[in-house]
Design a protein around this ligand. Structure first.
Ligand code: KMT
Ligand code: NI
Length: 172
């Protein structure tokens, strides 16, 4: 895991875009974004059980696994969105970037590699991309009644109750 402020410069989304300004695990936690390195699946199972997760799937994001739709999928994951439910992603192989919005509405880029796990709180704006290796194998964990549909950012969404709850919690 490595987290830093996104440089905001033009260029492919899969490039590092590292501004050189690092962001610590504690600063991520202040945004409600929790990071764990879990080498054993047992640790993931325990965390999932504690937080009431009952469903999961695994996805391989790569040209080999997705064929012609790979480039479209990667663009789709990179649309800024939120979920009304917590989101857990566990990386089983390869690597990728989760970008989350800071309190100042800047992008914080989080590089996740094998055995890294990230919890995103409901209501946080974020996006995902593969890196230059074009390969990630991830486990997506869902609660019992998944509300993980991506809701793309819009002014309507700023008044969404889950969004407002997140903004309030992260200001406490
Ligand atoms: C998301 O919510 O953006 C995703 O699930 C991306 C694919 S999982 C690596
Ligand atoms: Ni998402």
């Amino acid at each position: 895991m490595k987290a830093y402020m996104y440089d905001g410069l033009p260029g492919d989304q899969r490039l590092p875009h590292d501004s050189g300004r690092e962001v610590g695990i504690d600063a991520l936690a202040k945004l409600g974004v929790l990071y764990y390195h879990l080498p054993e699946i047992d640790g993931v199972n325990q965390l999932a059980a504690e937080r009431g997760y009952k469903n999961r799937d695994e996805i391989r994001v790569s040209p080999e696994a997705m064929g012609d739709v790979y480039e479209d999928k990667v663009k789709m994951f990179f649309h800024e969105h939120l979920h009304e439910d917590e989101e857990i992603r566990y990386i089983r192989g390869g690597q990728g970037y989760f970008d989350v919005r800071s309190k100042d509405d800047e992008w914080v880029r989080v590089l996740l590699a094998k055995n890294d796990l990230l919890i995103l709180p409901p209501g946080i704006y974020h996006r995902f991309t593969t890196d230059e290796s074009n390969y990630v194998h991830a486990m997506r964990l869902f609660k019992d009644e998944p509300k993980w549909t991506p809701l793309n950012r819009s002014s309507d969404l700023d008044v969404n109750t889950h969004r407002q709850q997140y903004v309030q919690d992260s200001n406490d």
